[in-house]
Design a protein. Structure first.
Lengths: 247, 520
């Protein structure tokens, strides 16, 4: 037997009573994923991973499809389980969520009452309480997209690491919707959305505004998936269409 | 064959006063000399005492000043509510052992235990279990089992611990007990003392006819009690169950931490009583009696009576039995709604209901654990607040109202337990979401030919690329305060970060423009 193997065997033998497998590599068990409800995206990324952080990044104030994507996630989560939404800016619209198929009875909606940095603080406190206080939620969505970027960037990296380590022990998908990429390496999946392409029922040059209807938009989330080490980073960007209920 | 079990609490007033002491200190206090004072504050007199206090010279009727001369004496003021709660707790703890429980006298209950052998085993085992159950609610009891109810009561008063009297052996067992256990009147006791009769056996041996000639029928009744031959029908208690516990503080407390200890003791007792009856609490009412100082508002009129109490009612979506969870919920509620003055008395009342039994189904989604979820929801409410300006809760499940008014919803309590049979909703993968601005943001809109051409709100100012509208809407015209009328526009505006499609509306009553949300 070679000398490193011999030493390893000796060490393992000595530690056998205290540590059953001192040099064994800890393999994370396979955890389920939540479908996004978008076939193209699900085919590329395999859904939103449970037991990990997912980040949805989108520009503020512009229509990018992030809220529609959030509604689809909530709809998928509440089909078979329970979901929680921590709404830092109190911007969730139950009517459009129900139209998207969200089972509102299975949704816990936490509406933060402050603005700016205080709202961010409230959202993170609520996320902590929900993650640590009760299991049973398949998806916890923390929407801090309307918080100013300068405030979100102030969140220390240790906070994201803490969320990641807690999430790893749960069967819950932890999704942050942020105005800029801030979760760094703590995220297992990052979906970046750009400004969406609007569609109208008539050309925009037409003067008859009352006959023109908003017919929806196309948005293309760019997925950046962090796989286990030694695997290359994959990216995908399927095009998704969304339309209002009258279109 | 009839069989009765009597549960007797010796020194009932003392035990009732010390029942809510912590488990660690209560046995120590019971071994110490304790006297209970009663009467007006100016002339407090000893009403009851334990054996240790009697050994040290404390006598019933002593003034407070005289009692204080006794070294190491612990004096407590009598609180009738404590005694009522102790009696109710005794009834609760024993009701699990028999359907027929009689509230015999204060500090004693009698159970008809005929036919319970198959459920609880022999009488001695049952008596031990009853004593253990009473100990759980903070009462040290004597338990006696006899063929008739009065013999059991007399034996329970005279024994220490557990006494099981075989059928037919009542007179023999009661013979050695002192005459006090028969509760004679002072006059009768004096007569018996003058005759030299000090034990039940002595009284039982007297000839009946001369005894009736001297003491009447009451004397004969006492003799029959001493012989253990009185037969009567048990009168089971049918009084409504009241799960109420209260604690009066010697010094009023101002901080919630101190109050938490009291709440813990009361809740432990309440939950034990609930568990003894296999019940759970669906609602807890908390009443705090506050200490309002009369000289505080010297320039105002006297304080109204309702100011002196602070009441909160906590309703739970699922029945609860766990004292720790209940305490946490009450603490969080009190942190959000502080009493306005120091607290001098705490009263808790539970509304009982049947326990929750759940049978998890194969296709039932995994729901958050109800007790932990309730605490988490209370903590979330403590962080974000109870409700918004419109009175809608900040934590819960959204519920749409049947109305055309925009952003019209209410927030109901999140209760996964009610959702078991919810049908799956149809999934719509193409719906566009609206991101609401709550409240709507006032905007300045420049129009040309009645069409928006530029919009500015908050820190944004942009030209309108395309617009769709107007879409008129109105409602509640019959209500002057709630009627609304508006024109909606969907406008696409060019922003530095991309194109934003906003929903604007013009409030026709105010004549002002607002941004309602962003299609996103």
């Amino acid at each position: 037997m070679s000398s490193p193997a011999l030493i390893r065997a000796q060490v393992e033998m000595r530690l056998a009573s205290r540590v059953p497998a001192a040099f064994a590599q800890h393999v994370q068990p396979e955890k389920p994923a939540i479908g996004t409800g978008i076939e193209g995206l699900d085919a590329e990324i395999g859904g939103i991973p449970c037991g990990a952080i997912t980040e949805i990044v989108s520009p503020t104030r512009a229509s990018s499809g992030k809220t529609s994507l959030q509604n689809r996630l909530l709809a998928c989560a509440t089909q078979s389980s329970f979901g929680a939404l921590i709404d830092a800016a109190d911007s969730f619209d139950p009517q459009s969520a129900e139209a998207a198929g969200v089972n509102l009875k299975r949704l816990l909606w936490v509406r933060c009452s402050a603005t700016g940095l205080k709202a961010l603080e409230q959202a993170f406190k609520c996320a902590d309480l929900l993650i640590q206080g009760s299991s049973g939620f398949r998806l916890i969505l923390i929407d801090i997209d309307d918080i100013a970027e300068r405030h979100v960037r102030k969140v220390p990296l240790t906070t994201w690491f803490r969320f990641r380590s807690v999430a790893e022990r749960l069967e819950t998908a932890l999704v942050f919707s942020t105005p800029c990429a801030v979760t760094s390496t703590c995220t297992a999946l990052r979906l970046t959305l750009a400004s969406a392409q609007l569609k109208w029922s008539q050309p925009t040059q037409s003067n008859a505004t009352h006959t023109r209807l908003f017919a929806g938009f196309d948005f293309a989330p760019e997925a950046e998936q962090k796989q286990p080490p030694k695997k290359p980073v994959e990216s995908a960007s399927p095009v998704i269409s969304a339309s209002p209920k009258w279109a | 064959m009839t069989m009765f079990c009597c549960v007797f609490v010796p020194n009932f007033s003392v035990q009732a006063a010390l029942r809510l002491e912590p488990n660690a200190t209560r046995p120590v206090l019971l071994q110490s000399p304790v006297a209970i004072l009663d009467g007006p504050d100016s002339v407090l007199r000893v009403f009851a005492s334990n054996e240790r206090a009697t050994q040290l010279g404390i006598q019933i009727g002593m003034t407070k000043a005289q009692a204080e001369q006794c070294l190491g004496i612990i004096l407590r003021k009598r609180v009738l509510a404590d005694e009522e709660a102790a009696q109710a707790a005794l009834l609760d703890s024993t009701s699990a052992f028999s359907p027929s429980v009689e509230d015999t006298v204060q500090g004693a209950v009698t159970l008809d235990i005929a036919g319970t052998e198959r459920a609880f085993g022999p009488p001695a085992k049952l008596a031990q279990e009853i004593a253990d159950a009473a100990k759980q609610v903070g009462l040290d009891v004597n338990v006696a089992v006899a063929a008739n109810a009065d013999a059991a009561l007399v034996a329970a008063k005279g024994c220490h611990g557990i006494d099981v009297i075989p059928t037919g052996g009542e007179a023999e067992r009661l013979a050695e007990l002192p005459l006090d256990v028969l509760s004679p009147t002072p006059e009768q006791a004096e007569i018996f003392e003058s005759w030299g009769i000090r034990r039940c056996g002595d009284l039982a041996a007297l000839p009946a006819v001369p005894l009736v000639e001297r003491l009447g029928q009451t004397g004969l009744h006492l003799q029959q009690l001493a012989r253990g031959v009185v037969v009567r029908t048990l009168v089971p208690t049918v009084a409504p169950m009241q799960l109420l516990e209260s604690f009066e503080l010697e010094d009023a407390v101002t901080d919630l931490e101190s109050l938490a200890f009291i709440l813990n003791r009361l809740l432990e007792q309440l939950t034990r009583r609930l568990m003894a009856r296999t019940l759970a609490a669906e609602e807890i009412s908390l009443r705090l009696d506050l200490e309002i100082h009369s000289d505080r508002d010297i320039h105002k009129e006297s304080a109204r009576p309702e100011d002196a109490t602070f009441e909160r009612v906590l309703k739970f979506p699922v029945p609860m039995q766990d004292a720790r969870t209940l305490r946490k919920l009450i603490q969080l509620d009190l942190a959000a709604h502080n009493p306005s003055a120091p607290v001098k008395r705490v009263t808790l009342e539970a509304k009982p209901t049947r326990c929750r039994y759940t049978q998890a189904g194969l296709f039932t989604p995994l729901a958050p654990e109800p007790e932990r979820l309730e605490v988490t929801l209370a903590r979330l409410r403590a962080v974000v607040g109870e409700a918004d300006e419109q009175g809608r809760s900040r934590v819960g499940s959204p519920e749409l109202r049947d109305s055309h008014r925009a952003d019209n919803f209410r927030v109901v309590a999140f209760n996964p337990q009610q959702d078991i049979a919810t049908a799956h909703k149809q999934f719509n993968d193409t719906a566009v979401a609206l991101r609401m601005f709550r409240p709507p943001v006032p905007a300045r809109v420049r129009c040309r030919e009645n069409k928006p051409v530029s919009v500015s709100f908050a820190t944004l100012s942009a030209n309108v690329l395309s617009a769709s509208g107007p879409w008129a809407g109105s409602g509640s015209w019959w209500n002057t305060t709630q009627k609304w009328q508006r024109e909606e526009w969907d406008v696409a505006a060019q922003l530095p970060t991309g194109i934003g499609l906003y929903r604007l509306f013009r409030d026709l009553q105010q004549g002002a423009w607002f941004v309602e949300g962003l299609y996103d």
